[in-house]
Design a protein around this ligand. Structure first.
Ligand SMILES: NC(=O)c1ccc[n+]([C@@H]2O[C@H](COP(=O)([O-])OP(=O)(O)OC[C@H]3O[C@@H](n4cnc5c(N)ncnc54)[C@H](OP(=O)(O)O)[C@@H]3O)[C@@H](O)[C@H]2O)c1
Length: 252
């Protein structure tokens, strides 16, 4: 089966490509690196020819409100048009748990716009809502740092390994369209500030992490359950400690 992975060179995309190739599928990574640009439409009609499934795990190079909205709206329109032209029967897209609950965030408004375009199109689809990736914790800390202090709200936080998220996305791509949004998250809940503190300490990072209920994340305040999935969510196997052990540099 030919599967086109938009954003197939990214963190999730490269894992999805490897996973599908290992299962014997013709997984094609599509991104500006390989001459496919969803924002301009360049190369899209050609790459989706003869595909059975398109997986969209691209991300906007800019997280600025207008740029990210333009990226997800325009790209999604181009992807849906190309899929309709080629008769591709399943679009799988990755979004964020809680996107619809956090309208103050420009990034998450853009993800909701992407999801709405997909759900209201005539193309069969499955949307996967994932929690934050362990790999993203360092960037979260950087974004939350002001004068050497990291401020984060002490809300529930249930991140997952990118490899586990990618395995679910690949699994969904192999299946029939669900015409629905499914939720996935990590196996353990932490407090947001607690896990970021643990992560920085494990990396010998001297920054102090302060629990501040009003600190903003992606430009929005959070409540206790903003970032965690609901009861029916599929929980992924890798814990933070296992992931940290595996990603630590190996002794010579
Ligand atoms: N970070 C999190 O914790 C989190 C949580 C839940 C969901 N998500 C979602 O997961 C998805 C993937 O995130 P990621 O961290 O894997 O992304 P990433 O590593 O930043 O990769 C982004 C990908 O998008 C591609 N891309 C950029 N501009 C493009 C364009 N104009 N046309 C086609 N492709 C383009 C890039 O291609 P080049 O390599 O050629 O630049 C790259 O392959 C995102 O949609 C994000 O919303 C993230």
């Amino acid at each position: 089966m030919k599967v086109v992975i938009i954003g197939g060179t990214g963190l999730i995309g490269s894992n999805v490509v490897a996973n599908l190739q290992a299962q014997g599928h013709d997984a094609v990574a599509a991104s500006p690196n390989s001459g496919v640009n969803t924002l301009t439409g360049e190369g899209l009609a050609e790459v989706v020819q003869d595909a059975a499934v398109v997986v969209d795990v691209s991300n906007s190079p800019s997280f600025e409100d207008a740029a990210v909205l333009e990226f997800f709206e325009t790209s999604t329109r181009h992807i849906l048009t190309a899929m309709t032209g080629a008769g591709v029967g399943h679009l799988v897209a990755l979004s964020v748990v809680g996107s619809e609950r956090l309208p103050d965030s420009g990034y998450l408004r853009a993800k909701v716009a992407q999801e709405k375009l997909i759900a209201t199109s005539s193309i069969p689809y499955t949307i996967v809502h994932a929690t934050q990736f362990f790999e993203f914790i360092g960037r979260i800390a950087d974004e939350a740092t002001d004068e050497g202090v990291v401020r984060l709200p002490p809300v529930l936080f249930q991140p997952a390994a990118a490899a586990d998220v990618s395995a679910v996305v690949a699994d969904v791509a192999r299946g029939a369209p669900l015409m629905a949004t499914i939720e996935i998250g990590g196996p353990e809940q932490y407090r947001f500030d607690e896990l970021v503190r643990k992560h920085l300490e494990a990396h010998g990072d001297p920054r102090v992490v302060v629990a501040d209920p009003h600190a903003r994340y992606f430009n929005t305040e959070l409540d206790e359950r903003s970032l965690v999935p609901g009861d029916g969510a599929r929980l992924l196997p890798t814990t933070y400690d296992e992931w940290a052990r595996r990603s630590a540099p190996q002794e010579p």
